[in-house]
Design a protein around this ligand. Structure first.
Ligand code: PMP
Length: 436
């Protein structure tokens, strides 16, 4: 497989060689790490991208989830091109940020106030800081395996450290302020909330770890809302992946649970850099210059050179407008369901005891590390232990990813991904053929 991959990708190999003494591991994001090297891409359109050797890929990585509308959506691309002619940074407020904020509020009414950031990591960082300042409490309740960016307070977020221990370079005190629970464990949740009165907030990926790789039962999300309210703990929904994807109004709309605070990024900025923290007016008012005079509370500082950058604002506003006025979410969700079924049909026909599962516009591959007897067409991830879902055999997954790339399909490193509104029958057939 490695030899066939190398044969198809000499151009990528040459770039990887140049990058190897430039970047650690030759890459700029841990998720882009791949053996023997990753593909170098120079062009993308709709559901496809092309590497420097001219190989086409049906793309299920989807700009790390930022491209619900596919690559180079004409409306988004035109908005960015137009904005670029007017300057790229004004060091001042500008009309585009108002349009962008209104576009968010139109789809997510619980975003009573918002503050733009440059990334999802910055959005969860500010959400946690707001929660601590608002409640006067310090601890953070998190769920095992849930990813919220890479800042210090998400010390367990790196894939090696889902046990909550800090990654090298992070102060150990951060872990001491973290309560780590299993999602779907209502008994554990109740016990943790009863045992500690210093919990400021609970943060959760509302559809489950890694966009549902380890799913959260909707009933647990509802229970989490009730229990946090009862204990004066703020609920932060990390909608960085689910926001504007699973439904126009995100997971909170799809699942009917309203958080106190939320984080956005990815689709929010239409494939350009950008994030936002949003939520209750009384909490966000801690960023307000009037808060000191009005309520006798100290304002939380927040800067960020690229907050609400005009190009990101233009791309985001355009993307959210398309999402608000078309069936983009429903199309991506429906095609993903067809894809999951088609891939499972291949596994069943080829008698491979794996399964493809997922909700909304995502899919994940269960590679059955313990060799359980399963029927791909009837697989229920909620009946499996989280460890089985999360602990993919890494070498096998890496080989499969290369093999899929050789057959013109790119997935994320866990052999899963997301669909866009531009994926359709042809991409489902292509993916099924590649898997076979
Ligand atoms: N939260 C979730 C749920 C995410 O999936 C991600 C990114 N994959 C982040 C936060 C961090 O966002 P960013 O990469 O923009 O910092």
């Amino acid at each position: 497989i490695v030899a066939a991959f190398r044969e198809r990708t000499p151009g990528s190999a040459a770039f990887a060689e140049q990058a190897s003494d430039l970047f650690p591991s030759g890459i700029t994001h841990d998720s882009r790490h791949q053996y023997p090297y990753g593909i170098y891409v120079t062009r993308a359109e709709g559901p496809r991208k092309w590497d420097v050797d001219g190989n086409a890929y049906i793309d299920f990585f989807g700009g790390h989830g930022s491209l619900l509308l596919g690559h180079r959506h004409p409306v988004v691309a035109a908005a960015v091109a137009e904005a670029a002619t007017e300057g790229t940074h004004y060091g001042a407020s500008h009309p585009r940020e108002i349009a962008w904020g209104r576009a968010v509020q139109r789809l997510v009414p619980a975003a009573e106030r918002l503050r733009f950031t440059s990334s999802g990591t910055e959005a969860t960082l500010m959400a946690v800081r707001l929660a601590r300042a608002f409640t006067g409490k310090t601890a953070l309740l998190r769920f095992r395996g849930h990813f919220h960016g890479w800042h210090d307070h998400m010390a367990g977020g790196y894939s090696n450290h889902f046990d909550g221990t800090p990654t090298p370079g992070v102060l150990s005190g951060v872990a001491e302020q973290t309560v780590l629970l299993d999602a779907n464990d209502l008994v554990g949740l109740r016990a943790a909330l009863a045992a500690r009165d210093d919990i400021a907030a609970a943060i959760i990926e509302p559809t489950g770890a890694s966009f549902g790789q380890v799913p959260v039962e909707p009933s647990f999300l509802h229970a989490l809302r009730e229990e946090t309210t009862r204990h004066g703990v703020l609920l932060i929904m990390d909608e960085v992946v689910t926001g504007f994807r699973v439904a126009r109004g995100g997971a909170q709309a799809a699942l009917g649970v309203t958080p106190d605070l939320m984080s956005f990024a990815k689709i929010l900025a239409g494939g350009l850099p950008g994030g936002a923290v949003a939520g209750r007016e009384d909490v966000l008012s801690l960023l307000d210059f009037g808060v000191t005079a009005k309520a006798g509370r100290e304002k939380i500082a927040h800067q960020g050179t690229y907050n609400a950058n005009p190009l990101s604002a233009a791309a985001g506003t355009a993307a959210l407008e398309v999402i608000a006025t078309t069936d983009a979410n429903a199309r991506a969700n429906a095609t993903a369901a067809t894809l999951r079924q088609a891939l499972n049909a291949v596994l069943a026909e080829e008698r491979v005891p794996w399964a493809v599962y997922g909700t909304f516009s995502g899919f994940h591959l269960f590679m059955n590390p313990e060799g359980a007897v399963i029927d791909p067409l009837r697989f229920d991830p909620l009946a499996m232990p989280a460890s089985a879902l999360k602990n993919q055999p890494k070498d096998l997954a890496a080989k499969l990813r290369l093999a899929l790339q050789i057959h013109g399909v790119d997935t994320n490193g866990r052999i899963g991904g997301v669909l866009s509104s531009t994926h359709g029958e042809a991409e489902v057939r292509g993916a099924a053929g590649a898997l076979r």
